[in-house]
Design a protein around this ligand. Structure first.
Ligand SMILES: Nc1ncnc2c1ncn2[C@@H]1O[C@H](COP(=O)(O)OP(=O)(O)O)[C@@H](O)[C@H]1O
Ligand SMILES: [Mg+2]
Length: 381
């Protein structure tokens, strides 16, 4: 009896052990299975061919033209999930064989020189610029005429300048002039912003300058517009930090490029700066950007035409422009545009659809008030 009991207890203990063992084994099988799946996945990944990195250069209907690193162009399909989300200059991942675009690499504007090509011409016309008649003529003579009629310069025997430098206080129409010129000529227009070259394309500045000039020569006749020139051509840079050295290298490359082409090469440069005072004079030495065009604050006549340009679409009622012209002495073209917008807001706030003289007077006071804040010009320049 006693012996039998022990045996029974013993056998139930053994079966409990086996059960526990069984559970443990099941657990470890599950774990191994999971590991196996993971390993299979990893293996699949290594079997997949790598994706190609390429750049979108054009969109045609549902398809895209991509450019590979070797420069070859292909018309390819776009995966459903990114259809409509692509734009030109995006960097994308494409399947190797069909080159179907699968993904877009976020924040990946490439810094190829084509990125600076302005393919859609700005819509600014000469008539959108108030005043500056002499400056426009000078710009046309220095840039447009030699591109259109190089023969005249050859016959007369004078050399057209390689480029011009527009300088003067902010908001007076330098950028506007360059855009109007781009619109007026059929030349390839390449736009670089000095500060972007320095801040966005760190380490690439000099290389980009070189490539941009090469591109300009390939696509001649061309105009290279370098806005905010002072960001790369300031004499204040003393090469203390590596950032400064980088800016200096970019500037040296720019000078080398300017020196490297003949004035009849059909490439023209327009520089623009608000800070003529800090500009390195190496840039404006004879044979470089030696044609200086000052874009000063608008005089009364210019202010009048700037007013008429920026009020053209506004519903005016009894507005005395002459008086406003007097009151806006010392304001720039950008300020006058701001006055017009502000006047519009005063009208809207009063629930009117037409703008009265008083709205303008209030706007002028407001803009002048902000103007006195020293940082304003920097903010909007
Ligand atoms: N002479 C002008 N005629 C008409 N609008 C002007 C003029 N000057 C400046 N503006 C207005 O001010 C804005 C800024 O001018 P912009 O050309 O960028 O000045 P900047 O000289 O700083 O390059 C222009 O987009 C335009 O709306
Ligand atoms: Mg500007």
């Amino acid at each position: 009896m006693y012996v039998e009991n022990i045996t029974l207890a013993g056998s139930s203990m053994i079966s409990m052990d086996i059960e526990r063992e069984n559970t443990l084994l099941k657990l470890s099988i599950a774990q191994l299975k999971a590991e196996l799946t993971q390993a299979k996945l990893e293996m699949e990944k290594t079997k997949k061919p790598p994706l190609l990195v390429c750049e979108v250069v054009n969109l045609i209907g549902d398809k895209a033209v991509v450019k590979l690193a070797n420069g070859n162009l292909f018309l390819v399909d776009v995966n459903e999930n990114i259809k409509g989300k692509l734009s030109v200059k995006d960097t994308v991942l494409a399947e190797q064989r069909s080159l179907t675009i699968l993904e877009r690499i976020e924040g990946s504007r490439t810094c190829s020189p084509e990125a600076f090509l302005v393919s859609r011409k700005p819509s600014i016309k000469w008539s959108d610029i108030g005043g500056l008649e002499d400056e426009i003529r000078e710009l046309k003579e220095a840039i447009e005429l030699p591109l259109l009629r190089p023969d005249i310069f050859q016959k007369v025997g004078i050399e057209a300048p390689k480029g011009v430098l527009l300088h003067g206080p902010p908001g007076c129409g330098k950028t506007l002039l360059a855009k109007a010129l781009a619109n007026a000529t059929n030349a390839t227009f390449i736009e670089i912003v000095g500060s972007e070259l320095v801040q966005k394309f760190i380490g690439e500045g000099a290389k980009l300058v070189k490539e941009v000039f090469q591109l300009a020569r390939e696509k001649a006749p061309s105009i290279i517009f370098i806005d905010e020139m002072d960001a790369i051509a300031s004499h204040r840079v003393d090469a203390g930090t590596s950032g400064d050295r980088e800016v200096q290298r970019t500037f040296m490359q720019l000078l080398a490029e300017v020196d490297g082409f003949e004035s009849l090469d059909n490439v023209k440069i327009i520089g623009a700066t608000n800070r003529f005072d800090i500009l390195d004079h190496a840039l404006i030495r004879p044979g470089r950007l030696d044609r200086l065009i000052e874009i000063g604050m608008p005089d009364a006549n210019a202010r009048k035409s700037i007013f008429s340009i920026h009020t053209a679409g506004i519903n005016l009622k009894k507005v005395d422009i002459e008086k406003l012209v007097e009151q806006t002495r010392g304001l720039s073209g950008a300020d006058i545009r701001l006055v017009c917008t502000e006047a519009g807001y005063f009208g809207i706030r009063a629930n009117r659809v037409h703008i009265l003289h008083n709205d303008f007077e209030q706007a002028v006071r407001k803009v002048k008030c902000v103007e006195e804040d020293t940082d304003y010009k920097k903010m909007f320049g």
